[in-house]
Design a protein around this ligand. Structure first.
Ligand SMILES: Cc1cc2nc3c(=O)[nH]c(=O)nc-3n(C[C@H](O)[C@H](O)[C@H](O)COP(=O)(O)O)c2cc1C
Length: 222
């Protein structure tokens, strides 16, 4: 098991996987750590669905079809056009690095579209986790609670040598996911996370997204 600093420093989004699934014991160990995440008033306002094997293949087919149809409507709006200034700069830089890692040229629209579709194929991962939350008040703090769970989950995976990628793209067709997994309508889909064993020697898995220097994002007061 990796120590905390190594885990935090080496966790990164993994977009190429080996097909071998985690064992149930491995999944349970990850979940036991993840579920220690804090939440406001300890309400633990989340339900986590782990999808694998045939259920994952069925869901992927439906999500790919929806993605191609363009007929998608997420529970929550995520408008990338709203990012301006330094946030837009960082977003553009991250896309450029991502496409470079996958050898996709900026002007290759079709290549970018088919790469985006890989989200709905879980980037070849043997598992996906879908994070739902009850629809409560304005959802901000419950979403924050779920975010803590997601990060615990991803770090618990990294610490054990597994990998993951958080995906807003997996929330674009929440009705399909709810129907497939038998989730009631009053549970909103916050995020999907594909995960499994990282494919070794994958160029796509070895590139690193940088972070802004601490001086840009942290302010000290004394
Ligand atoms: C809330 C959230 C949503 C994301 N959605 C996607 C997604 O839909 N598809 C994808 O490939 N990556 C997605 N990512 C991964 C980010 O691109 C990635 O975390 C960021 O570029 C930093 O890189 P790193 O995770 O390798 O450190 C998402 C990350 C977060 C935190």
């Amino acid at each position: 098991m990796l120590d905390f600093s190594t885990t935090a420093q080496t966790r990164k989004s993994i977009r190429e996987y080996l097909p071998e699934p985690l064992s149930r014991a491995e999944l349970d160990a990850v979940l036991q750590d993840a579920l220690r995440a804090p939440s406001a008033v300890n309400a633990q306002p989340w339900v986590l669905h782990i999808v694998s094997s045939d259920a994952l293949r069925r869901l992927s087919e439906k999500l790919v079809a929806k993605f191609r149809s363009g007929d998608v409507k997420a529970d929550f709006i995520y408008d990338q056009h709203a990012f301006t200034g330094v946030y837009e700069d960082r977003m553009r830089d991250s896309y450029q690095r991502l496409y470079e890692a996958f050898d996709i040229l900026r002007e290759d629209k079709a290549g970018r579209k088919s790469f985006a579709e890989e989200n709905a194929r879980f980037y070849g991962a043997p598992h996906a986790a879908f994070f739902f939350m009850p629809d409560i008040t304005d959802n901000v703090f419950t979403a924050l609670d779920v975010g803590m769970l997601v990060q615990n989950f991803m770090l618990a995976l990294t610490a054990r040598g597994f990998g993951s990628v958080p995906q807003i793209a997996l929330t674009y067709s929440p009705d399909v996911v709810r129907a497939e997994l038998g989730v009631p309508d009053n549970y909103k889909l916050v995020l999907g996370v594909s995960f499994g064993r990282p494919k070794p020697d994958s160029a796509a898995n070895t590139y690193v997204q940088p972070r802004a220097p601490q001086s840009e994002t942290v302010v000290f007061h004394e």
